[in-house]
Ligand binder design. Structure first.
Ligand SMILES: [Zn+2]
Length: 82
């Protein structure tokens, strides 16, 4: 389930904050595509991740978005709606 990967990313983000490494570096998160078996690691900044999360968007590896609307494209990842 995508939900499980989002929950895992929330734990990753909390850990990054605890470690104080969420200072603009691109950090590893799990691809949040619909494929439950996907374990692709993408690298985005904590700020980019937080913005996507608070907007109800998902961060996915390039090419994993399926057909939803792409909000923005990054280096190796995309932010998508739904
Ligand atoms: Zn994926």
């Amino acid at each position: 389930m995508r939900t499980a990967k989002v929950e895992a990313n929330e734990r990753i983000r909390a850990t990054q904050e605890e470690l104080g490494i969420d200072n603009g570096n691109r950090l590893p998160f799990l691809c949040e595509c619909d494929d439950a078996a996907c374990r692709t690691i993408i690298r985005v900044t904590a700020a980019e991740y937080a913005q996507a999360r608070s907007s109800g968007w998902y961060v996915v590896a390039t090419g994993h978005s399926g057909a939803p609307r792409v909000v923005s494209d990054g280096d190796g990842y995309a932010v998508v709606e739904g």
